[in-house]
Design a protein around this ligand. Structure first.
Ligand code: NDP
Length: 246
């Protein structure tokens, strides 16, 4: 895919919601979007981390962000509907959503799956994203160019032993993206998926505690693709794109 560079003011007057904005790739995406002019809605479960991102954006002269503290594990349809109403009344618009937050769960064989763990991972990584998307679609459809980016993984494209709930949830994410992209094909909304590839974050360290982190990409290295797919320039729809193609 041809990743076009976006202009420095590509997100001026745009409002973009980033889930899991307090750490890792989500934090980087939020600050990069703000640096390109976006008013960013920082959604996550740990308020102090969101406040740190807020402070960093304001300190660097970006538009004042909004914070939505929400643990996707316990969130209900009402939370998402209230959230959509608040975004509309306070910011007046929503131009894009980056579904980035997810949980790794416990890696291990299917035979030994802890079903409570499985349910939690599916709730956070799949159900919450569907529920949130459903509530936000009316706003995104009103935007000139609504953009939705989901986050996949290589284990969500080809099954790998012991990746359990996480891998299954990422296959479901790919499916959700494809179904929604097809439904949106005659609208101004574009729906795609990014597979970040191995990236130095807390989640990666949990999955691969012994690896040499100096060999990993940093979240900042991935940003050209994230910015492009969330921008007006992107016309792709229904694609799952590797940020680090082999
Ligand atoms: P991190 O663990 O560093 O960050 C995940 C973010 O999601 C954190 O801010 C976390 O909040 C938030 N989050 C997790 N659970 C919830 C919840 N229940 N409710 C609200 N927020 C939650 O992960 P990465 O940055 O590495 O991952 C970002 C995305 O990229 C994920 O979807 C991941 O699956 C995907 N990915 C990452 C790869 C990598 O190598 N890093 C490779 C392939 C895919 P808090 O900080 O408060 O815990």
């Amino acid at each position: 895919m041809n990743v076009q560079t976006v202009a420095q003011d590509a997100f001026k007057n745009k409002v973009i919601l980033v889930t899991g904005a307090g750490a890792g790739i989500g934090r980087q995406a939020a600050t990069s979007l703000a640096a390109h002019g976006a008013t960013v809605i920082l959604l996550g479960r740990t308020v102090e981390k969101l406040e740190q991102v807020y402070d960093a954006i304001v300190a660097s002269g970006g538009p004042e962000p909004a914070i939505i503290p929400l643990d996707l594990k316990g969130a209900t349809e009402k939370h998402y509907l209230d959230m959509a109403a608040t975004i509309e009344s306070s910011l007046g618009q929503l131009d894009g959503v980056l579904h980035n937050a997810s949980e790794l769960g416990v890696l291990g064989s299917i035979e030994q799956t802890d079903m409570a763990m499985f349910d939690e991972v599916m709730k956070v990584n799949v159900t919450a994203q569907l529920n949130m998307t459903k509530a936000l679609l009316p706003l995104l459809k009103k935007a000139d160019a609504g953009r939705i980016v989901f986050t996949s993984s290589s284990v969500g494209k080809k099954g790998r032993a012991f990746w359990n709930a996480y891998a299954i949830s990422k296959f479901a994410t790919e499916g959700l993206m494809q179904v929604l992209a097809d439904e949106m094909s005659n609208t101004n909304v574009r729906v795609n998926c990014i597979n970040p590839g191995a990236t130095q974050t807390g989640m990666r360290a949990k999955a691969y505690p012994a690896e040499d982190v100096s060999l990993l990409k940093q979240p900042a290295d991935l940003m050209p693709l994230y910015l492009y797919l969330l921008s007006v320039q992107a016309q792709e729809n229904g694609q799952s794109i590797d940020a680090q193609p082999k």
